[in-house]
Design a protein around this ligand. Sequence first.
Ligand SMILES: *[C@@H]1O[C@H](CO)[C@@H](O)[C@H](O)[C@H]1NC(C)=O
Ligand SMILES: *[C@@H]1O[C@H](CO)[C@@H](O)[C@H](O)[C@H]1NC(C)=O
Ligand SMILES: [Zn+2]
Length: 307
Amino acid sequence: MQPLILPVLLASFWTVCTGSADWCYQSQFTCEHQCNAPAMWDHASSNCAGSVQSPINIVTRKTLKDERLTHFEFKNYKQIITSRVKNNGHSVQVEIPHLSSISGGGLPNTYKAVQFHLHWGNDGGPGSEHTIDGEQYPMELHIVHMKHHYTDLKTALSDPEGVAVLGFFYEMSNSENQKYDPLISSLQKITATNTNTSLLSTSLAQLIPSETNLTSYYRYKGSLTTPPCTEAVIWTVFENPIPLSMNQLKAFSELRFADKKQMVDNFRPIQRLNGRQVFWSGSAMTLASSVLLVSAITMALGMAQPN
Ligand SMILES: *[C@@H]1O[C@H](CO)[C@@H](O)[C@H](O)[C@H]1NC(C)=O
Ligand SMILES: *[C@@H]1O[C@H](CO)[C@@H](O)[C@H](O)[C@H]1NC(C)=O
Ligand SMILES: [Zn+2]
């Protein structure tokens, strides 16, 4: 009889773990709360076991430089977002009125901003979803866009190129980033899951590096990094990180999951590349320095003209 006990126990554990479409991060999984952790997300949505999943580790040595990855045009990114910031039980999320958009950057279309949210670690520890040569940054911002003619994300996700997500890393800096004050001060009002508060004077432009620092980025095709893990995302991961102080990074760990545990380590582990090529826009030469370069060449050409 003895040897039977383990399989029976395992079988009942399996039933509990797979019985629900409820998904969670590894940091939420305990014996008392057996939710579907990332390795079991395919029980919440079969897409999560697909072959072009996100996030990935970007091996810079294996990226391919692509001249088509030109600079982005950001439209209405400076507009103040009059919206609410919400603790949705997995992250902090802000729905954006569909007025800001991106084009260029090698994208096949214009994409309009739908929402943004973040993924972070524990009190400023490693917490980004994408990693660069194995390095995990403390946090990652995702600005989710959909092809301009769609009106809702659900429809856009049925198009294999329907969604474009811009990913930005954070790095610890010694000084506070005051542009983040409105967002970070709102966090203390939404520590509980399913609460929200109004977001004070913040624009998308304010949350990301200046345009001249956004010319160096990686591009690949992947998926949403949470269930339903739909494989409909053109990913852009920017090289230049956003600076935040340690206290600002730690503020995110004050949020709570639905089970009231600290909302920390809300990132999905990296997924297999399965033969995908990651493209790179080229060196971090800024717009300003390329303008200088062009004028230098023009001058040199001018000087070489025979009189
Ligand atoms: C914010 O919370 C209120 C009260 O629970 C709710 O009625 C409202 O729908 C929420 N708004 C958003 C955008 O989640
Ligand atoms: C832009 O990049 C430079 C060089 O990496 C850095 O010193 C500067 O702080 C960055 N500016 C912004 C706004 O990110
Ligand atoms: Zn995300």
